[in-house]
Design a protein around this ligand. Structure first.
Ligand code: GLA
Length: 733
């Protein structure tokens, strides 16, 4: 890994063993892109890449009379001079002008990476990464711009973000400030996005990009289940096992936009950052604005390798604290077992049985506080309901601890029900626009987390419960989108800051609680997977993946999630059948076979399963305890897509390739068909592996494959819907 500055040609080359990223100072002084892709040899001068000739109807710079931004690849383009593509940023200056020309002034190259202020970001020590910070200035607008690029030693990754500063006496309005722009030299790409809704999150959608633009966005205040802030730009022939692709992941949990634009001169522009819609940020003299971070990864080896880059980077350089790379406790959650209808006795009965099965952590879900017997009341009153918890959270936690289990509970700190003491006391704390009614979502309103006093108050209530009781885990939920967004404490000109300040408020509360209780394992949740993003992983290393706990639907949801997020982050539980969302009956073995590829736990009352199933549950827990490190932190490969076939397969492989675990799932029976072969991946070609007493070479398993006869006794049992198997594959010596 290195960052070289060629002072004569004014070019920067950031590279490691896998990638090169080459930037130049252009003939007009701003920053242009020369190359991004597989590592290439360093060269003093690559300015031959820069186009300096006129084409009809193209605007050129007045001094050079030959350079047009439109005919070159930009690093952080503005609109208003010679580029007509979508701009990465926009300002409105005091004279009404929106034209900017930022010119390179200086730079700094250093080992490691600096933290962002109040925002989540990847981190690295001096050996793991190097950073290039370039300083640009717009002398007319009296603004400076810092563009930061970090390259990692062990990952084909560049992270980027931008910082704007107003150096002038008059106010400047920042109306768009994306995290990154990546101009690519051709247009032979497909775009992949991960779309969905509640209970069907992160479904991969692929389309060819062509003249014009394609974009996804969130305007819901959270990153959303509808569109995830992660995209892949790939060559049309790229699949999981080979080919070029670029991923862009935004380390942010609020409104975002991701866009690809193909212009008429063969350039593809990729943009990602805070959604400029409903965003405007006033900068007074000396004030700065820092964008969130975008994580750009490259592969020439297929989408599995791209996903593995994100898995490893996020496990090692985004997740922090005690739970970083630590196998997660097997938990039981009472939500689907009781909903809000419980008391201490009922909870202890569930906990006792779970303990007998080997479960390690009990999670008390919604309904323990205020007057919360249904979802019409109580949110905001973070005080135990004595009818349900006569000795408070502390009493119950101690009783669960006495059984030999850890204890945790559910919160939804950003919300308030109109029927709550908090709302009756502080109706003005809920987001709302003066003179208009406030829309409801799940009978609740959103607290204005852009206001410090609101966040501080909620912190006070929560820290009271937390400091009284031995708490090991928190599930932090967020169950509605933001509407009528308005902060009554600030000026009309500042209203464009509220969405972002809200997210910063959420991050602030997370950070405070994490600092006070560093051992607590946080799981984020937002009606399931409505805020499953890289920003959240900085605070909560795992996220409840979906409220849809049906194993067959979960195969698709977890498969889609695996493109951008580590298996250790995917909250996955075995729930009761018939499933509450789909009504499907799936065996307890298939339900566990899906949940193993996640954080693993149970979301049911084990008192209500048959004796036979209970014995199976005990074995499942034993198996997960033995293998959870491999499941959660092994190298994960997708093998067969549940979107292209009626089957799904994936495998996790240990770093020394001596052990792997294969998951195979039949979503729908294929009558009268041969079982066929499944090619494995990630094994060592030379090693001899054992799968259930039979021996196979690695090259055999990866090129010929295993026949499904080997996986299922009786071979043609694939005539059954919803059957599955999980097989341990171990090297012989
Ligand atoms: C959301 C979560 C669920 C559960 C309920 C409780 O829907 O996703 O897991 O916690 O809230 O109200």
């Amino acid at each position: 890994m290195n960052i070289i500055w060629h002072s004569k040609s004014k070019q920067f080359h950031l590279y490691n063993a896998k990638i090169s990223y080459i930037i130049c100072v252009t003939p007009v002084g701003d920053l242009g892109n020369i190359y991004f892709g597989k590592c290439i040899r360093d060269k003093e001068d690559m300015s031959y890449v820069v186009n300096r000739f006129g084409l009809s109807n193209v605007a050129v710079d007045a001094d050079t009379e030959s350079y047009s931004m439109e005919l070159n690849r930009q690093e952080y383009p503005s609109f208003g001079t010679t580029d007509f593509g979508t701009q990465a940023f926009e300002t409105e200056q005091s004279n009404g002008s929106r034209v900017n020309s930022f010119v390179y002034k200086d730079h700094r190259i250093f080992a490691g990476k600096t933290a962002l202020t109040g925002l989540p970001a990847t981190y690295a020590d001096d050996k793991e990464a190097m950073t290039l910070e370039m300083q640009l200035e717009d002398e007319v607008a009296k603004m400076s711009l810092t563009l930061s690029y970090t390259i990692f030693e062990d990952h084909p990754v560049i992270t980027r973000h931008a910082v704007f500063t107003n150096n002038g006496a008059s106010k400047v309005m920042l109306t768009k400030a994306l995290s990154a722009c990546l101009d690519l030299p051709d247009q032979d790409y497909e775009w992949m996005q991960f779309s969905g809704a509640w209970a069907r999150e992160r479904i991969p959608v692929t389309r060819k990009i062509t003249a014009g633009s394609v974009s996804i966005e969130s305007k819901r205040g959270a990153s959303s289940a509808n569109q995830n802030p992660f995209i892949i730009i790939k060559r049309p022939n790229t699949d999981d096992h080979g080919g070029e692709a670029i991923g862009v992941s935004l380390v942010y949990s609020g409104n975002f936009i991701a866009q690809a634009e193909c212009d008429t001169f063969g350039r593809t522009r990729i943009l990602m950052g805070i959604n400029p819609d409903r965003f405007s940020w006033p900068l007074e003299k000396g004030e700065t604005f820092e964008t969130p971070e975008a994580v750009i990864a490259y592969t020439a080896e297929g989408l599995n390798s791209l996903s593995q880059t994100y898995h490893e980077l996020y496990n090692n350089n985004l997740v922090r604290g005690k739970w970083k790379n630590t196998p997660r406790p097997i938990l039981i959650n009472n939500w689907e077992a009781t909903f809000m209808n419980f008391d201490e006795e009922k909870i202890l009965k569930i906990a006792k049985k779970a303990k007998e099965a080997g479960v390690e952590l009990f999670v008390l879900d919604d309904g323990w506080f205020g007057e919360r017997d249904d979802d019409f009341a109580g949110l905001g009153d973070w005080i135990e309901n004595p009818k349900k918890l006569p000795q408070g959270m502390a009493g119950l936690a101690r009783k669960v601890n006495a059984l030999g289990m850890k204890f945790g509970f559910w919160i939804e700190p950003e919300m308030v029900n109109p029927n709550s003491n908090l709302y009756r006391r502080h109706p003005d704390w809920a987001l709302g626009t003066p003179g208009r009614k406030s829309s409801l979502g799940r009978h609740q309103l959103v607290l204005d987390f852009s206001r410090e006093e609101v966040v501080d108050h909620i912190y006070g209530m929560l820290s009271k419960v937390l400091s009284d009781a031995p708490i090991s885990y928190i599930k932090w939920d967020m169950n509605r989108s933001l509407t009528e967004v308005y902060n009554i404490d600030i000026t009309p000109q500042e209203q464009g800051t509220v969405y972002h300040k809200y997210v910063m408020g959420v991050y602030r509360l997370y950070e405070k609680l994490r600092n006070d209780y560093p051992d607590i394992l946080f799981e984020s949740c937002s009606s399931g997977g409505n805020r499953f993003d890289a920003g959240m992983l900085y605070y909560a290393p795992q996220a409840w993946c979906s409220d849809n706990t049906d194993a067959i639907d979960r195969i698709r949801i977890q498969y889609g999630t695996s493109f951008g997020y580590p298996i250790s982050s995917i909250g996955a539980h075995v729930s009761a059948v018939p499933n509450q969302q789909t009504g499907r009956n799936v065996s307890i073995s298939t339900r566990a076979n899906v949940a193993y590829f996640g954080t693993f736990g149970y979301e049911l009352d084990l008192n209500h399963v048959s004796e036979e199933e209970f014995e199976e549950v005990k074995l499942q827990i034993e198996f997960m305890k033995e293998n959870r490190e491999l499941f959660q932190f092994g190298r994960f490969y997708r093998l067969r897509s549940p979107f292209d076939t009626d089957q799904c397969a994936w495998i996790v492989v240990s770093s020394d390739r001596r052990k792997a675990i294969l998951g195979f799932y039949c979503l729908r029976a294929n009558v009268n068909s041969l079982p066929g072969f499944l090619k494995l991946a990630g094994l060592s070609e030379e090693k001899l592996y054992v799968i259930e007493d039979k021996e196979y070479y690695g090259d055999e398993l990866m090129n010929l494959g295993v026949t499904l006869k080997t996986l299922f006794e009786g071979g043609f049992a694939l005539a059954n819907d919803f059957i599955s198997c999980v097989k341990v594959i171990e090297a012989k010596e």
